[in-house]
Design a protein around this ligand. Structure first.
Ligand code: SOE
Length: 393
């Protein structure tokens, strides 16, 4: 038993696809590498397909299964519900769990709309008054290099922020023959690249700068409007067995932004950057220095110190694997590096640490609501062509 003598906390996870697997890995791994104030007990995994969820529970390390998420909220062995389901189910599940007195961790984006996110934030506020907490799962902020960037900005090492530049580039649907999925249906996903990966760079840039976006001007684009249905099912909900399904979300989002401190920003989130699989790039330019992060080189933070004499100045590569760097001491010796999955483990560590201290975990549902408002502003800006200036041919 890890965390010996520590109180345990029963976890119920709903959903066992990509995020369910990543969260399961984190619940299992966190107590093995961190001295946690609460020991997470992997009590139950929920999924609609009995055989599928049983196999997943066995593979991912869950003690029991349920095929109805509502039963998870009724179980005495569940004190925290982890929501890893498609976006259109987040609000119903998270609000029901909070109202049932269960802490909640909900995957990003918080919801599919501002209205849903507001209802979730209100439920979280009610629950917090009873000591029941909620967190939204933006894990990239828990990459050590990203947390280090936030610290350097907070210490004033780059001065007044002038520019923020953020990209999130994928290419998994750049091929028109890539089949339909729930992520391409507005009623399931809420939006496309904007909410799925754009939400990450909105959270990341606000986390690193410590500032908030105050306004945006945007373009959204859908490059491929019809896609083949998945061969396995031949049907998608609402599509009566036709050969193709309609893509009802954006494939790419490009937007400008301004931050509370006056910095100007550019954002790009796309699933059509052929050759880029999961490329997150953030650069922040300040009056006294710059920082740059590239998830494809995720154990490095580039830092330009403007106080250096021009003859020796330059971006230096900080290898963020020293014991004094965020989270790293629990893992490997300097230079060995961490991966994508460690952000999820760090999320569990931070969540359990906050719960044990009776504190609000970050990011809260209120933080998730603010990101949702940015996404909504991007969609409203993109829908208003009055600000677009055509070039006379
Ligand atoms: C798909 O775009 C996805 O799985 C996102 O949903 C995740 O949030 C991101 O971390 C990886 O890509």
């Amino acid at each position: 038993m890890t965390s010996p003598g520590r109180p345990s906390l029963g976890i119920g996870l709903i959903g066992y696809a990509f995020m369910g697997a990543a969260h399961s890995h984190a619940w299992r791994t966190a107590p093995r590498f961190f001295d946690l104030p609460l020991h997470p007990r992997m009590a139950v995994l929920a999924g609609r397909d009995a055989a599928g969820v049983a196999a997943a529970a066995d593979r991912l390390g869950w003690a029991a299964t349920e095929t109805d998420w509502r039963r998870v909220l009724e179980r005495d062995d569940v004190a925290l519900v982890d929501v890893c389901t498609p976006g259109h189910t987040h609000a119903e599940i998270a609000i029901a769990a909070l109202d049932a007195g269960r802490h909640v961790l909900c995957e990003k984006p918080l919801a599919n709309s501002v209205a849903e996110a507001e209802a979730m934030a209100a439920a979280a506020e009610r629950a917090a008054a009873r000591g029941v907490m909620a967190m939204v799962g933006f894990t990239y902020r828990r990459v050590p290099a990203v947390t280090l960037a936030r610290r350097l900005v907070a210490e004033g090492r780059i001065g007044q922020i002038r520019h923020v530049r953020a990209q999130y580039l994928q290419d998994w649907i750049a091929d028109p023959a890539a089949p339909m999925s729930w992520r391409l249906e507005r009623d399931k996903a809420g939006s496309g690249a904007l909410g799925d990966i754009g939400a990450h760079i909105v959270d990341l840039t606000q986390f690193i700068t410590g500032e908030r976006l105050t306004g945006v001007s945007a373009l959204l684009e859908t490059f491929v409007h019809q896609r083949p249905l998945p061969a396995a099912t031949g049907k998608l909900s609402g599509v009566g067995g036709d050969e193709t399904g309609e893509v009802t979300v954006d494939d790419a989002a490009v937007f400008l932004g301004r931050f509370t401190g006056g910095a100007v920003a550019t954002f790009e989130a796309t699933r059509f950057a052929l050759g880029r699989k999961n490329a997150i790039r953030i650069e922040v330019n300040g009056s006294a220095g710059s920082l740059a992060f590239d998830f494809e080189d995720m154990n490095v933070l580039e830092f330009f110190d403007g106080s250096e004499p021009a003859e020796t100045a330059g971006f230096r590569r900080i290898i963020v694997t020293e014991p004094g760097h965020p989270y790293v001491a629990a893992w490997w010796p300097a230079g060995h590096g961490l991966g994508y999955e460690h952000g999820f483990t760090h999320q569990v560590v931070d969540l359990l640490t906050a719960l044990a201290a009776g504190e609000q975990p970050a990011p809260s549902f209120a933080d998730g609501l603010q990101v949702q408002r940015v996404l909504d502003a991007v969609e409203r800006s993109a829908a208003d062509r009055s600000t677009w200036t055509d070039i006379p041919s």
